[in-house]
Design a binder for this molecule. Structure first.
Ligand code: ADP
Ligand code: ADP
Length: 229
């Protein structure tokens, strides 16, 4: 069943006299539990849509339904609660606290969540059971990003949104991070959407949505998805 139903979404950014139509009538249904990848040239609207799905931004017009609830009409307070209770975010930069270990960085989030997994379980899900007591500076870029993924999923969000999680990594390391996301998706069932330019994603995602000029130009269902080990 669809967890998100997005219809006719348009986003116009106004900077002074200049109007930018970042999204232009987007239609998208994300199925509960799927791992979707958003592809497309720079400026085609991927981040704008991810931010709207995550309640970080609002559409100019159109409808964004999360489990039947209209996010486009939610108050600021409701959007904050939606983000806090339902959405995990991963960005290009890891934003780990350098003076805290991997375990402590995750624990910071689990302390304030309603029914979190343990930091150790979250770190094990991304293959870092042997790095829990390392500080960020003692970890590689890929390992730091996996800590950030553990932090994002430890509160058991229903939705995991990743904006260029491999953007600062070489392609081989990027694939390891994407495989960690696939494992998280398979094990937790969190509906996952990822923006990445790493070609390895085509073997990992359930569906590939290609953006062009503020619209989804095509959607490919992956028939040869490699199951995460
Ligand atoms: P079907 O109705 O034939 O399953 P889908 O479009 O739902 O077609 O999915 C096609 C393939 O993509 C499936 O074989 C499955 O491996 C994968 N897939 C899509 N969505 C999911 C999902 N939510 N969970 C697991 N696998 C999925
Ligand atoms: P992508 O993620 O595909 O690179 P974006 O969603 O970031 O695309 O951007 C889509 C368009 O919207 C671009 O033309 C971009 O410059 C513009 N845009 C994005 N965010 C803003 C903003 N906060 N203010 C003004 N224009 C923006």
């Amino acid at each position: 069943s669809a967890i998100f139903e997005i219809t006719g979404v348009t986003k116009i950014y106004q900077t002074g006299e200049v109007e930018v139509r970042a999204l232009n009538g987007v239609e998208l249904k994300l199925q509960r539990g799927e791992m979707a990848v958003l592809l497309g040239p720079s400026g085609s609207g991927k981040s704008t849509l991810l931010n709207i799905i995550g309640g970080l931004d609002r559409p100019t017009s159109g409808s964004v339904k999360f489990k039947g609830e209209e996010l486009a009409a939610a108050s600021d307070r409701e959007l904050t609660l939606y983000r806090r209770n339902h959405v995990g975010f991963v960005f290009q930069f890891y934003n780990l606290i350098p003076s805290l270990t991997a375990w402590e960085n995750v624990a910071l989030i689990t302390e304030v969540a309603t029914s979190p997994m343990s930091p150790a379980d979250a770190l094990a899900l991304v293959g870092l059971e042997n790095r829990m007591h390392h500080f960020p500076a003692q970890l590689s870029g890929g390992e730091q990003q996996r800590v950030a993924i553990a932090r994002a999923i430890a509160k058991r969000p229903e939705v995991l949104l990743c904006d260029e999680p491999t953007g600062a990594l070489d392609s081989a390391t990027g694939i390891i991070v994407l495989e960690a996301l696939a494992r998280v998706n398979a094990e937790t069932g969190a509906t996952t959407a990822i923006i990445t330019h790493n070609a390895g994603i085509r073997k990992i995602a359930h569906r590939v949505y290609s953006f062009l000029d503020g619209r989804i130009a095509s959607c490919v269902v992956n028939e040869v998805r490699i199951q995460p080990s």
